[in-house]
Design a binder for this molecule. Structure first.
Ligand SMILES: Nc1ncnc2c1ncn2[C@@H]1O[C@H](COP(=O)(O)OP(=O)(O)OP(=O)(O)O)[C@@H](O)[C@H]1O
Length: 229
């Protein structure tokens, strides 16, 4: 695998001592992680250990009880809600487990939404992203005319269309057959290598994890190398 680009030596993402609890119960207590630009990191962990919660904290969608998150030099947890919303719009691509494809927009309009919100021209970018994830020619369809695996790929195309600094992806190949999963990993690796965007992805898929630069496991105590590696 090619080394990730390292033109900018400052870390893209620094998570330091992050803790999250509900009531008296800690979900995780000391998560620290540094990612370079252009790096892909796979995050493993048992169900319920807090992987989705960690992605939400990194995105500023959830609060933390201790610690800090610095993305491209900005203190994510210290941002006001409008500032956090702007950060998410400009610098983040998020692939949620539930996809969150908007039912009243066409497939192409869903994928183009981040560009529209940023006031950037769509050009042929939407069509190229759809082709890259194996959905070429389906842009005019309504989401209800797509399968679950196709909707997942719409969500991935939408997360990457504006070339964000960091892509957070919650099981991005979870519902996909091996060929479609391979296509999705191709576009994620390409996004990281070509634009220097980082990719932090939760996955239970060994082939997907094998395409990443590093594999980490989230436990209640923090992140560590998986026992099997
Ligand atoms: N609002 C809440 N109140 C109390 N507990 C919550 C709340 N939201 C999440 N949790 C708990 O936090 C823990 C972490 O949930 P999370 O969805 O982040 O886990 P996960 O590792 O992503 O799981 P999975 O792999 O099954 O998707 C779970 O035990 C869940 O029950």
């Amino acid at each position: 695998m090619n080394a990730p680009p390292s033109a900018d030596p400052a870390p893209l993402l620094t998570v330091s001592g992050l803790a999250k609890r509900y009531g008296d119960a800690f979900i995780f207590s000391d998560v620290s992680l540094v990612m370079a630009r252009g790096e892909l990191v796979a995050l493993l962990g048992e169900s319920g250990v807090g992987k989705s919660t960690l992605l939400n904290c990194v995105a500023g969608l959830d609060t933390a009880d201790a610690g800090s998150v610095t993305l491209a030099g900005r203190d994510v947890l210290g941002l006001s809600e409008p500032e956090a919303a702007r950060l998410r719009r400009e610098d983040l691509g998020f692939v949620f487990q539930a996809f969150h494809v908007l039912p009243h927009l066409s497939v192409a309009d869903n994928v183009g939404l981040p560009l529209q919100l940023l006031g950037r021209p769509r050009g042929d970018r939407v069509d190229r992203m759809l082709a890259a994830v194996g959905l070429g020619g389906l842009g005019d369809r309504a989401p209800r005319q797509l399968s679950g695996g196709q909707l997942q790929r719409v969500a991935i195309a939408r997360a990457l269309v504006h070339e964000p600094a960091l892509v957070l992806a919650d099981e991005p190949t979870g519902n996909l057959d091996p060929r479609s999963a391979g296509l999705v990993m191709d576009v994620l690796v390409d996004a990281a290598r070509r634009t220097g965007g980082g990719v932090l992805m939760v996955t239970h898929s060994p082939p997907a994890a094998a395409r990443c630069d590093r594999v980490l496991e989230l436990t209640a105590q923090g992140v560590r190398l998986p026992v099997s590696s």
